[in-house]
Design a protein around this ligand. Structure first.
Ligand code: FES
Length: 104
């Protein structure tokens, strides 16, 4: 019985040693690989941490404007129909966001 209580007294010390050991070897543990094959954006503004486009709806001049949702457009954020080739090659079914303006 006294052996068990002696071991129990060592638990905090063992916990601290385990934590220190983990913190010591953590920099050398393998890091998670980025899953390149799951990227949606392959080449648009890759230097930015986040691609954000802002369009003032009041500035829309034509009745219909198509915005890219496949991230393959060479005129991003405007759709250039690159989604057609992407869909043909991959079997995907993406298409643009079409904003329609009512002409009064
Ligand atoms: S080019 Fe991307 S949706 Fe048309």
């Amino acid at each position: 019985m006294s052996e068990v209580s002696e071991w129990l007294r060592l638990l905090p010390l063992l916990g601290i040693l385990a934590l220190l050991g983990y913190l010591t070897i953590r920099p050398f543990l393998p890091k998670k690989k980025k899953q390149r094959d799951s990227l949606i954006n392959l080449k648009i503004q890759k230097e930015n941490p986040k691609v954000v486009n802002e369009i003032d709806i009041e500035d829309l001049n034509s009745a219909n404007v198509c915005y890219c949702r496949c991230w393959r457009s060479k005129t991003f954020p405007v759709c250039d129909k690159s989604h057609l080739k992407h869909n043909e090659l991959t079997g995907d079914n993406v298409g643009p966001l079409i904003l329609k303006k009512k002409i009064l």
